[in-house]
Write a protein that binds this ligand. Structure first.
Ligand code: ZN
Length: 288
């Protein structure tokens, strides 16, 4: 059975947190539960195991770059998981139990403040290993990880991953490069959030999401965008109106249709391109 690709599923229109719902404590540990119901009810999102294809042909860039020997070491430990939109994979201070190699879709790491404000600190796609540092010792999560677009990922227990990297220098190198790439993405995103305008960040975000979804239509709400970009909702409305007037997108009822990808790229900040180059360079190092 072929695992579902993110491009087959629409981006949910649900914001991460309903504006009317009570905000969960940013430091509470609520594994696999996120409060996103319209009435503030907790909705449970669960991982489900998928039947793995007989051929191991991973789309995750790090898994794909491994030698056949290292792939074989990991293969018996990996299970293919479906991660639905809204699933919280980790909360700050929670001990990390699993390592995820993202195959499709998108996961965000979100920094939450004590007053409930939150901002995305990095987006993770198929270039990402979530939890790789846990292999080097007792490691607790430093941010909330939430599935933003229906995803699939290869998963293995941290203890197994730790054993595997002790066995293989190639796997140890992969874990370090995966952590280096995550750090590079977070640094770029921190600079982007501080230095680039909301309009340029939104254009960058749409380009990145389109790359990961593989579709010209993205479903998301004003509230969701406002939270990811940490701007007020009217600001999102204004920017979306301007992008529509420029002919780049059509935005209706939480649905963004991308009409002019080149125009969006011209208006986006440099960060999407910088992150692509860093990803290629760091993943390319795995073979050396
Ligand atoms: Zn930027």
């Amino acid at each position: 059975m072929t695992p579902p690709r993110a491009s087959q599923s629409a981006f949910s229109t649900e914001p991460m947190t309903s504006p009317t719902a009570p905000r969960p404590s940013p430091y509470s540990v609520v594994p696999h539960v996120v409060r996103d119901g319209q009435d503030g009810q907790a909705t449970t999102h669960k991982e489900t195991a998928l039947e793995a294809p007989p051929e191991f042909d991973p789309r995750n860039l790090f898994l794909a770059a491994l030698s056949p020997t290292d792939q074989a070491i990991l293969r018996s430990m990996l299970s293919l998981q479906r991660l639905p939109q809204g699933l919280v994979l980790q909360e700050p201070e929670q001990s990390i139990e699993h390592v995820y190699f993202v195959e499709s879709g998108m996961i965000s790491l979100v920094a939450a403040m004590q007053d409930g404000a939150a901002i995305e600190t990095v987006t993770l796609g198929r270039e990402a290993i979530l939890g790789a540092l846990a292999a080097f010792g007792t490691h607790r999560a430093t941010a909330r990880a939430i599935v933003q677009i229906d995803a699939t990922a290869w998963r293995l227990p941290v203890a197994d991953f730790r054993h595997a990297i002790e066995e293989s220098p190639g796997l140890r190198k992969m874990a370090l490069l995966g952590s280096e790439l995550l750090l590079a993405h977070m640094q770029q995103t921190a600079a982007c959030n501080a230095l680039h305008t909301a309009e340029r960040r939104l254009c960058r975000w749409i380009v990145q999401v389109q790359d990961r979804v593989g579709s010209d239509v993205i479903r998301l709400t004003h509230d969701f965008l406002a939270q990811m970009l940490s701007v007020r909702r009217p600001t999102v409305s204004l920017i979306a109106y301007e992008l529509q007037q420029a002919g780049f997108i059509r935005y209706q009822r939480g649905r963004i249709a991308i009409l002019d990808r080149a125009g969006l790229e011209r208006s986006a900040c440099e960060c999407a391109g910088v992150l692509r180059e860093k990803t290629q360079r760091i993943v390319g190092d795995i073979g050396f």
